[in-house]
Ligand binder design. Structure first.
Ligand SMILES: Nc1nc2c(ncn2[C@@H]2O[C@H](COP(=O)(O)OP(=O)(O)OP(=O)(O)O)[C@@H](O)[C@H]2O)c(=O)[nH]1
Length: 318
């Protein structure tokens, strides 16, 4: 058994344990009843002078330990994220409470930390930290942020095909046209529309029609370059913007895509469903025309392609 005297001596060297109720002061009893970590560490030696009951439950016995040894993982010295530099003013005196959020490297749990420097009873400077577990709040914040990201992405994507929806197509298209105008570089617009698509819906059903639209979108994705902008403008109408593309290049691209769509067939029961498409191409050689203007030119060419027998490419001015 330790004598009360030897207990006192020991307690002056070792961090207090509030479980040792006979020695705990009223303040320690209060600190031990908090649902937050409270610790005191020497700002110079990093020695832990006090850790409340909540802290000990989660991080263990502080006896003879430095804060970075007990509270963090894999540290061989003071942490590079230590709050000490924020706690003193230019004269090296306590500067007030510093509030920060931190993910603990040992447990992965998030804490909101209220840190301050104080002069300890023996005059040395100590860091007092009160750290409240905010892991649940962080998880909810991250879930909300992810939901917001997804909602924003969905607002720009055509749900059926995964291509840009009409809104995103115009947003991205305006940027591409501004760049083309600045650089006076060529830019092409291709519009295309599936032929007799109503018949596919009528004969095989809307669900199969949807599968055809998805297959067409996949062909589009295979053909576009990184800088191209592909979108589904609505129904069975699609459009592409091809920056830095001359008329001959745009015609080749449209013809290649037309051929791919015509050659693609979709298995449906014992039969295969095929679909063709009609294309209208418009090119502005120096980027001087706007997107609306080019789309209406491409649309007029597309109308001619339909009129001239479908499954073909026409271009503005032809
Ligand atoms: N499955 C499916 N059908 C759609 C969708 N959006 C529009 N449609 C259908 O697409 C068809 C378009 O028909 P029309 O405008 O007559 O065109 P078309 O039959 O392709 O004839 P042409 O364009 O003249 O060759 C209609 O039956 C619409 O209901 C969709 O998201 N899914």
């Amino acid at each position: 058994m330790h004598s009360p005297r030897s207990n006192r001596k020991k307690s002056s060297r070792r961090p207090r344990k509030a479980s040792d109720c006979s020695r705990a002061t009223g303040f320690e009893i209060i600190l031990d009843s908090l649902d937050a970590i409270v610790y005191v560490a020497d700002m110079h030696s990093y020695e832990l002078l006090f850790l409340n009951s909540y802290g000990r439950q989660h991080y263990g016995d502080p006896a003879g330990m430095k804060c970075w040894q007990l509270l963090q993982a894999g540290q061989t010295g003071p942490c590079d994220f230590c709050s000490n530099p924020h706690l003193l003013d230019a004269n090296g005196e306590p500067a007030g409470v510093y509030v920060w959020e931190f993910r603990n490297t040992r447990t992965g749990r998030w804490y909101e930390c209220h840190d301050q420097a104080r002069h300890w009873a023996d005059g040395r400077l100590v860091r007092i930290e009160i750290a409240t577990d905010i892991t649940e709040r962080k998880r909810m914040e991250e879930e909300l942020a992810e939901a917001k990201r997804q909602a924003e992405a969905l607002a720009h994507i055509d749900e059926l095909t995964g291509l840009n929806n009409r809104r995103a197509f115009f947003q991205l298209g305006l940027q591409a046209f501004r760049q083309a105008a600045r650089a006076a570089s060529p830019i092409a617009v291709i519009m295309f529309d599936l032929d007799h698509f109503k018949q596919i819906n009528d004969v095989h059903g809307h669900f199969v029609g949807d599968k055809v639209l998805v297959a067409v979108a996949n062909s589009v994705r295979e053909h576009v370059r990184e800088a191209d902008i592909a979108g589904r403008l609505g129904g069975e109408e699609f459009a592409l913007i091809l920056p830095q593309t001359s008329l001959p290049e745009a015609l080749v691209a449209a013809e290649r895509l037309r051929g791919t769509i015509a050659a693609t067939s979709l298995a449906h029961g014992s039969s295969r469903i095929r679909c063709t498409s009609s294309f209208g191409v418009a090119v502005c050689a120096d980027g001087s025309l706007d997107l609306e203007h080019m789309l209406s030119q491409a649309d007029a060419a597309l109308y001619r392609a339909k009129h001239n027998g479908r499954n073909r490419v026409e271009h503005a001015g032809s």
